[in-house]
Design a protein around this ligand. Structure first.
Ligand SMILES: NC(=O)c1ccc[n+]([C@@H]2O[C@H](COP(=O)([O-])OP(=O)(O)OC[C@H]3O[C@@H](n4cnc5c(N)ncnc54)[C@H](OP(=O)(O)O)[C@@H]3O)[C@@H](O)[C@H]2O)c1
Length: 251
C-alpha cells in the first residue's frame, strides 16, 4: 500500500483530533506534526508540566492549534470522560480523530512472577481507558463527516511473546476492541476504525524495553508522521477494520 509521502501542508485543516499520551514520544511527535499540517489537536497527557511545555512550543508558531487536557488515565473514571466530551461539545461541532496512543510497558517477566499491581494499572491505562474514552467520544466522532478512531498496537499484540506480560496481552485486547467497534459502526457512521503498530521507534518506552540497544538504530517518532497522515487522508478510509503496520504503510 502506497500513499502520498508529501501531503499538502494544510491536509488536516479544519480537523479536530484528540491524541492521548501526547506529552512524550510518538504522541508528542504526532501532536506537533498534526498541528503543523493544520489540525487543532487536543493533547491529552498525565503531566501538566510536559503538556504546558508542548503548548508553548506549538503556540509560538501555530497559535490556537493546540488545546491541552491533563488527565491521568490510570485513575480516570467515566465522569472524567463525560466532562471531557462535554467540554469538546461546547468548543467543537465534531471530533475528526481520536488516537489512543498512551500506554504503559510494565514489567518484563514470566507470567508466573508477573506483579499483580502492574497488571491492574497497565490494563487500566492501555485498555480500560481506551474503552471509556471511546465510549464518551463516539457521538462526537459520529458527527464528523469523515473521522478516524485509531488504536495503537504492537507486534506483541498480534503474536504472543514470552516475558512481555500484560503489555502484549493489553495490545491483543486493543485489537479486539478495534475489531468490535469497527463492525459496530462500519455501516452506520462515517467513523473509520483501525489499529496501527508503529514498529520499533526511538522513545522512552523503547529504551525501557531494550536497554542494551543503541537508540540511534531506531527510527525517530517524527518519521511516523506520513503514515499517520495517510490514515486521515480520503484514501485512509479503506483501512477500516484493519490491523496496520506503520512501516509497511511507508513502502
Ligand atoms: N516506541 C516503540 O518502539 C513502540 C513500538 C510498538 C508500539 N508502541 C506503542 O506506541 C505508543 C506510544 O509509545 P511511545 O514509545 O511513544 O511511549 P512513551 O515514550 O513511553 O510515551 C507514552 C506516552 O503515554 C503517556 N502516558 C503513560 N501513562 C499515562 C497515563 N496514566 N495517563 C496519561 N498518559 C499516560 C506518557 O506520559 P508521560 O509523558 O507522563 O510519561 C507519554 O506521553 C504506545 O501505545 C506503545 O505501546 C511503541
Amino acid at each position: 500500500m502506497t500513499f502520498d509521502l508529501n501531503p499538502a501542508n494544510d491536509c488536516l485543516a479544519g480537523k479536530t483530533i484528540l491524541i492521548t499520551g501526547a506529552s512524550d514520544g510518538i504522541g508528542r511527535a504526532l501532536t506537533k506534526g498534526f498541528c503543523e499540517h493544520g489540525a487543532h489537536v487536543i493533547a491529552l497527557g498525565r503531566s501538566q508540566e510536559k503538556l504546558e511545555a508542548l503548548f508553548d512550543e506549538i503556540e509560538a508558531c501555530r497559535p490556537e492549534a493546540i488545546t491541552i487536557h491533563p488527565l491521568d488515565l490510570a485513575t480516570a473514571q467515566t465522569e472524567d470522560y463525560k466532562l471531557l466530551a462535554n467540554a469538546l461539545d461546547e468548543q467543537f461541532s465534531s471530533l475528526d480523530g481520536l488516537i489512543h496512543n498512551a500506554a504503559l510497558l510494565g514489567a518484563r517477566s514470566p507470567i508466573e512472577f508477573y506483579p499483580d499491581g502492574d497488571w491492574t494499572t497497565l490494563m487500566q491505562v492501555n485498555v480500560t481507558a481506551a474503552f471509556g474514552l471511546t465510549k464518551a467520544l463516539l457521538p462526537a466522532l459520529a458527527r464528523s463527516e469523515d473521522s478516524r478512531l485509531i488504536f495503537t498496537s504492537s507486534s506483541v499484540g498480534r503474536k504472543g511473546r514470552a516475558f512481555w506480560g500484560a503489555y502484549g496481552i493489553s495490545k491483543f485486547a486493543v485489537e479486539g476492541l478495534m475489531q468490535t467497534i469497527a463492525e459496530e459502526v462500519g455501516n452506520i457512521s462515517n467513523i473509520k476504525v483501525m489499529s496501527i503498530n508503529p514498529g520499533g521507534t526511538r522513545t522512552a518506552m523503547r529504551r525501557d524495553a531494550y536497554p542494551a540497544e543503541d537508540p540511534q538504530t531506531q527510527p525517530t517518532a517524527e518519521s511516523l508522521l506520513p503514515a499517520y497522515l495517510a490514515l486521515f487522508s480520503a484514501e485512509g478510509q479503506k483501512f477500516h477494520g484493519q490491523a496496520l503496520d506503520a512501516r509497511n504503510l511507508e513502502a
